[in-house]
Each structure stands twice: as C-alpha cells, then as structure tokens.
Design a protein around this ligand. Structure first.
Ligand SMILES: [Zn+2]
Length: 100
C-alpha cells in the first residue's frame, strides 16, 4: 500500500469516527405525552417550532414524532414513518452502552 492511500484510509476512518460520536442515545417514545415533556426539557416546542425529520425531511409534529437522536450540541428528530424508524433501529445497537 502506498503512503498516500494509507493516509486516505486514515482520514476516512477519522471521518466515520466523528460521525459515530455525533449520535448518542436514540430514544423511542411509547406515549406522546412523554415525548412532549422530554422535548420541552431539551427546549424544543413542536407547537411553535418547525422541525423536520432527518431521514425523509417531513415536518415533525407532536402527532407524528417517532424518535429523537441527541447529539452533543443538537437534537435531531425522526418522524414515525416505518422507513425512518427503521433507520433509527440500525443506529441504536451501536450506542446502547454509551450512557446509563
Ligand atoms: Zn421521516
């Protein structure tokens, strides 16, 4: 392997690591009421704010919120479409032990 391709591999690995660090816990809600309370704690009020699903781009409201992904400096919302929640399920197993 040449020196430059080794370097490229290293850079690529760093990039993937960075992305993984950004996704901390994924939380699915059983009850809408819990979702609202939790979102308000994170200073997100879906009644007055427009937020969009990170996967499909649809507007996320208290009626269709499916999950949220908390990162160090942001919270990403996911709607409750089956395809979008499936994406979350792919992410979740990677981070189950990150927080207690
Ligand atoms: Zn979606």
């Amino acid at each position: 392997m040449s020196l430059s391709s080794l370097r490229e591999t290293e850079i690529e690995l760093k990039r993937v690591e960075e992305q993984l660090k950004n996704i901390v816990p994924v939380l699915s809600f059983v009850r809408r009421r819990d979702a609202r309370a939790h979102l308000l704690k994170l200073r997100i009020d879906l009644r007055s704010e427009e937020r969009f699903c990170v996967f499909c781009g649809s507007r996320v409201t208290e009626e269709n919120i499916g999950a949220l992904i908390e990162t160090e400096d942001d919270v990403k919302l996911v709607c409750n479409k089956r395809e979008c929640l499936a994406e979350v399920d792919i992410l979740r197993p990677l981070f189950t032990s990150s927080k207690s």
